[in-house]
Design a protein around this ligand. Structure first.
Ligand code: ADP
Ligand code: MG
Length: 261
């Protein structure tokens, strides 16, 4: 008897979100989000300020707990109807879901190398020598091998953000979340950070990226999500979203962003 092939590992979403709701007080910030991210997919999330983009990403690595709905990520249920994974498992899951913030969040008293080695030494149990070897390779990858001993204060914003990306990668994540990673940068420094993100995408990293860099979205995104008032109002390939959006609110938002550029 022929047994039909089961679903391939690669066919299953690596992040699956169902009915995700979140409020702060009586302000509904996420109003029931359903979304799947497939392995190696790059999803760009756009939408006006206050539409819930950061809260959505923060829910995806357990920095915020959702009040209802569920998120399954890397084969585990991160949150289900308000119940987050227990602390120990949550920490293990967070190692698989790296996050990069607008404001870098580097440890100011540690040099670039020590910022990158801290997590692996504490959480992956690597020796200093092992962690430093990996960290040097990652700093090379983001173009900062020569800045290993530099303190964050001596680095440009673009360099700090590249260290922050190396630090996230040092935990060997399976998914990377980026929340407006270039929004705090001077315009001439944006490109060097986007370049590193493009490299990660080309290597097959699964990425969820909140950004207003429409050029990046057009070039790199497999799918663009448009959020407004806590919901996904449309999603599709960048060619469709940017040239034939179905929603008036998407058109308005894109016009506003492009007129600022
Ligand atoms: P975006 O990233 O799209 O700008 P956010 O997810 O940061 O949107 O915020 C969505 C809404 O939730 C905003 O109205 C914001 O003021 C509110 N909000 C976000 N975080 C908190 C919080 N910790 N407490 C109360 N309100 C919050
Ligand atoms: Mg935000």
């Amino acid at each position: 008897m022929n047994v039909p092939p089961g679903p391939q590992a690669g066919d299953k979403p690596i992040v699956s979100i169902r009915g995700l709701r979140k409020s702060f007080g009586d302000h509904v910030v996420l109003s029931g989000i359903d979304y799947d991210v497939m392995p190696s997919q790059v999803v760009v999330i756009i939408g006006p300020s206050g539409s819930g983009k950061s809260t959505f990403l923060r829910c995806c690595n357990g920095l915020e707990s959702a009040e209802s709905g569920r998120i399954d990520i890397c084969g585990r249920t991160l949150v289900h109807d308000g119940v987050l994974l227990p602390e120990r498992e949550l920490n293990a899951l967070r190692e698989e879901v790296g996050m990069v913030f607008q404001s870098f969040n580097l440890f100011p008293h540690l040099n670039a190398l020590d910022n990158v080695t801290l997590g692996p030494r504490k959480l992956r149990g690597l020796t200093r020598a092992q962690a430093e070897a990996e960290a040097r390779a990652l700093l090379d990858k983001v173009g900062l091998g020569h800045k290993a001993k530099a303190l964050p204060a001596s680095l440009s914003g673009g360099q700090k953000q590249r260290v922050a990306i190396a630090r996230a990668l040092a935990m060997k994540p399976r998914v990377m979340l980026f929340d407006e990673p270039t929004s705090a940068l001077d315009p001439e420094l944006v490109g060097e950070v986007l370049q590193v993100m493009k490299l990660l995408a080309s290597e097959g990293m699964t990425m969820m990226v909140v950004t207003h860099e429409m050029g990046f979205a057009k070039e790199v995104a497999d799918e663009v999500i448009v959020m407004d008032h806590g919901g996904i109002i449309e999603a599709g390939p960048p060619s469709t979203i940017f040239s034939q959006p179905t929603q008036e609110r998407t058109r308005g938002f894109l016009q506003a962003v492009l007129s600022r550029a």
